[in-house]
Design a protein around this ligand. Structure first.
Ligand SMILES: NC(=O)c1ccc[n+]([C@@H]2O[C@H](COP(=O)([O-])OP(=O)(O)OC[C@H]3O[C@@H](n4cnc5c(N)ncnc54)[C@H](OP(=O)(O)O)[C@@H]3O)[C@@H](O)[C@H]2O)c1
Length: 306
């Protein structure tokens, strides 16, 4: 099978097209004929190891010393079940599925193995493969963080970084939960964020939300420290009494199959719209990584696997 190997930690050029054996599913695993995946911030983080040297040692111990032990990166799955391992129930050969495999990785390839009990659910018919690849990462993060923040109907919610993968999902989900949503993004993304259901949009390049009179019951900072968002203190200044602040950097949520099924149902009903910025063929994965690394991507970057 064709796959993109991560040959070392380093710049996107370390990603190289390779021919690998098609893997056989073991007990409790399914094999997926991949149709699309997405390049996420997490892939670029593992490949580039762009962190303090002392933390680099820790990451190498966890992910592999000289190069990522998994070899093939990519955590977003969209494809058809192609073979079923021993003891697997609930999936059939030919079934279209989508999901996320954070520890398994290996999605930048024509075939991928995954635990059948992992974050994997049936893909609805109204989603294309590209759509399906655009939902799990941002959707699961947004769902987990909004729930952690105690999202509820009638709240005033501020989504900071509303144009990214998790930001665009958070705007839609907060609206779905009945909140009044204010999205913060740059002016070039204002129409997009409004079209996803934000009641108000603040352009952070021209307006400082923290100097306005509005107060929020929940603030979700959907871009992490690397993107240089305002300080926690700045966010807390605009919280209403009893309001809560959550940041995408603040916690590692457990992403669940139940969460994935919830997102699937919302997408099937048309409530959660997959939003895509650019699509690349598998062979151009390095270019997709280069683009994601700019930190200016809007929404999701999808990879077609023919
Ligand atoms: N906690 C966890 O387990 C976990 C797991 C994975 C990832 N993460 C975090 O999730 C974040 C990545 O999320 P993502 O993939 O959704 O991001 P993303 O799509 O890469 O975000 C890109 C967007 O961020 C906006 N942006 C960049 N700098 C900004 C700033 N200073 N203020 C406001 N907006 C800004 C850009 O829009 P504009 O041009 O409009 O500014 C762009 O549309 C990372 O920070 C990562 O640390 C956390």
């Amino acid at each position: 099978m064709k796959a993109i190997l991560c040959t070392a930690y380093g710049p996107p050029e370390v990603l190289q097209l390779a021919e690998l054996p098609v893997p056989e599913p073991g007990k409790g695993q399914v094999r997926i004929r991949m149709r699309a995946t997405a390049v996420t911030y997490s892939d670029c983080f593992v490949r580039g190891l762009a962190i303090k040297p002392v933390l680099r040692v820790l990451i190498r111990l966890v992910f592999g010393w000289r190069r990522p032990r998994r070899g093939v990166l990519g955590i977003i799955v969209a494809g058809e079940i192609d073979r079923i391992g021993e003891g697997v129930e609930g999936f059939r050969v030919g079934e279209p599925v989508f999901g996320l495999d954070g520890w398994g990785a290996g999605a930048s390839a024509e075939y991928k193995l995954m635990k059948a009990k992992g974050v994997l659910v049936r893909k609805p018919e109204n989603l294309t493969w590209r759509d399906a690849a655009a939902i799990p990462y941002g959707g699961l993060l947004a769902l987990a963080f909004l729930r952690r923040g105690g999202i509820a109907a009638g709240q005033r919610v501020l989504i900071y970084g509303a144009s990214g993968a998790t930001g665009t999902s958070a705007v839609q989900l907060a609206r779905h939960f009945g909140a009044h949503v204010t999205g913060v993004c740059s002016g070039r993304n204002a129409d997009l964020v409004r079209s996803l259901g934000a009641d108000a949009v603040i352009d952070y390049t021209t307006h400082d939300f923290s100097s306005m009179s509005d107060r929020y019951d929940l603030i979700y900072a959907a871009v992490g420290r690397r993107y240089r968002p305002p300080s926690e203190e700045t966010f807390r200044r605009v919280l209403a009494p009893g309001g809560r602040y959550v940041t995408v950097d603040g916690w590692n949520p457990k992403l669940t199959r139940e969460g994935m099924a919830e997102l699937r149902d919302l997408a099937e009903a048309g409530t959660l719209r997959p939003v895509i910025d650019r699509c690349y063929p598998l062979a151009e994965l390095a270019d997709a990584h280069r683009y994601v690394e700019t930190r200016r991507k809007r929404r999701n970057v999808v990879i077609d696997i023919p």
